[in-house]
Design a protein around this ligand. Structure first.
Ligand SMILES: NC(=O)C1=CN([C@@H]2O[C@H](COP(=O)(O)OP(=O)(O)OC[C@H]3O[C@@H](n4cnc5c(N)ncnc54)[C@H](O)[C@@H]3O)[C@@H](O)[C@H]2O)C=CC1
Ligand SMILES: O=C(O)CCC(=O)C(=O)O
Length: 462
């Protein structure tokens, strides 16, 4: 605690915060443990707030800041109507939550998933605030989502839905904020997340450009031939691998070569992480997606598996491995387990069954607070999501910078810059972790809270 406060003081903030130290956040520890003690499952945002509250116990911040840090600045919910190919009208709920912009424009992905709801998006938006702060890139945090299963929409309908989302967001925010649209190159910049990618980002760019004129920086993760950045598609997976490499070195466990990995989720993040681990000599012994799982204790031939899936074959029909139940993938023995799909998959029901030394959270929010407590107890190191998957938003930042400059960096340049950002972020949280003897997740939240609070306090509250 002392160290964290000392660091805050050296950042020139403590003098503004410490006078209120008498008004320490009372009951924070109690609140966190009450939440943990609840028998019913926490919502996604309760889970995220539990981690924030735990980190706040290491920072003597005045109570008045607590609500500011825990709750989003703006939430917009819209209903999108879509004329289906069969002539019927369907409606979909969509959300954009802007959590914090103390350090820069709101930034965060847009997810199309049947389980999306406001609480989910709220939690993901908060994680973006802490992620951009841990990575030390000048953005805030936001997230968007549409409650839809894109597999049930034709390609034509999906495009219409995306266009409507942008139009309705701008329209709704204009209504709420009188003339000030909430999306903007310097306001709120969406990006890919689950079930969205370069195709959807191209539609968003095109649609927004109709309102505001040529605006490549309005969205990141665009196709490379349409103002996207080289390296963005692979960036989250690549950053995850860099994060694991740093941890292995810091723990004296050696290199990625010959280590074994299991990956849940074989979409953008999971498949790129698998590819890069494979190129570095790692053995990916099992992978799963929403429909099945495949394993090979000698290591799957990842380039062949990626080609197999790209050819629209099911993952489980890959001949180079054996089919296993997809639920069992988390408990396959390995050095490093990489959840790279949905949230809340490691919980109190399965955390005792994991057979890995490290969990590298490529997904957002894959571990519940209850699951996290069990992993800590078992001595399994968790590389937290707000650092591990920060490579995506980091290269989004690079894409945005290139767009602002109308300039293009080489892929090597992008990857080298990503490597440096990941290393510096790791060093910062590793230092707190070792000096203050706190888990890496808590260290990451403490570092992020310090950076966000410092910016907010120095900007003032008027
Ligand atoms: N795309 C990006 O740049 C970033 C993504 N993330 C996070 O990474 C995770 C994955 O995102 P993407 O790869 O972009 O999504 P994606 O849509 O490309 O792929 C998701 C994968 O997860 C699988 N999946 C879904 N439900 C599953 C389940 N219940 N069990 C096993 N597999 C399941 C899908 O079949 C698919 O293979 C998400 O949590 C996302 O928020 C985080 C940072 C950036
Ligand atoms: O690339 C971005 O701006 C954000 C990606 C994202 O949604 C995430 O990191 O969770």
């Amino acid at each position: 605690m002392a160290l964290a406060l000392k660091k805050l003081a050296s950042a020139g903030v403590a003098h503004q915060l410490l006078p209120a130290a008498g008004a320490l956040l009372p009951g924070l520890g109690a609140a966190a443990s009450q939440l943990q003690a609840r028998r019913t499952k926490m919502s996604h945002s309760e889970a995220t707030n539990t981690f924030i509250l735990e980190a706040l116990e290491h920072l003597e911040y005045p109570k008045r800041l607590r609500k500011l840090l825990l709750t989003p600045e703006r939430e917009v919910a819209v209903e999108l109507a879509l004329l289906r190919d069969n002539g019927e009208v369907a409606t979909f709920n969509a959300y954009r939550v802007q959590h914090d912009n103390s350090r820069g424009p709101y930034k965060g992905g847009l997810r199309f998933h049947p389980q999306v709801d406001l609480d989910d998006v709220r939690s993901l938006a908060s994680l973006m605030t802490w992620k951009t702060a841990v990575m030390d890139i000048p953005f805030g945090g936001a997230k968007g989502g549409v409650t839809v299963d894109p597999n049930e929409l034709s390609e034509r309908e999906l495009e219409i839905l995306t266009r409507k989302l942008v139009q309705l967001e701008i329209l709704t925010r204009k209504l709420v904020q009188a003339l000030r649209p909430i999306l903007g190159t310097y306001e709120d910049i969406p990006a890919p997340d689950m079930n969205t990618g370069a195709r959807e980002m191209a539609w968003i760019f095109d649609e927004y450009t109709k309102f505001a004129g040529f605006s490549p920086g309005i969205v990141t993760g665009k196709p490379v031939w349409l103002h996207g950045s080289l390296g963005r598609e692979a960036a989250t997976g690549r950053g995850t691998v860099f994060a694991i490499r740093e941890l292995l070195a810091a723990q004296g466990l050696g290199e990625i070569k010959n280590k074994s990995f299991v990956i849940q989720g074989f979409g953008n993040v999971g498949s790129w992480a698998a590819q890069i681990l494979h190129e570095m000599g790692g053995r990916v012994v099992a992978v799963s997606d929403a429909f099945g799982a495949v394993a090979n204790e000698h290591g799957l031939q990842i380039p062949d598996l990626r080609a197999h899936v790209a050819d629209r074959h099911s993952l489980a029909s890959f001949a180079g491995g054996v089919v296993i139940p997809k639920e069992s993938v988390l408990t396959v023995p390995c050095d490093v387990l990489i959840p790279a799909a949905i949230g809340g998959v490691i919980d109190e029901d399965n955390a005792r069954d994991l057979q890995c030394k490290i969990v590298a959270e490529a997904a957002n929010g894959p571990t519940t607070p209850e699951g996290d407590a069990i992993l800590r107890e078992r001595g399994i190191t968790v590389l937290p999501d707000i650092f591990t998957n920060g490579g995506g938003v980091t290269v989004s930042f690079f894409e945005w910078v290139q767009n602002l400059q109308n300039f293009k960096w080489s892929e090597d340049e992008v990857n080298a810059k990503l490597d440096r950002v990941m290393r510096e972020a790791f060093e910062a949280i590793w230092e707190l972790h070792t000096e203050d003897k706190i888990p890496l997740r808590t260290a990451a939240f403490v570092k992020a809270l310090q950076r966000v609070t410092r910016a907010r306090v120095h900007r003032g509250f008027d």
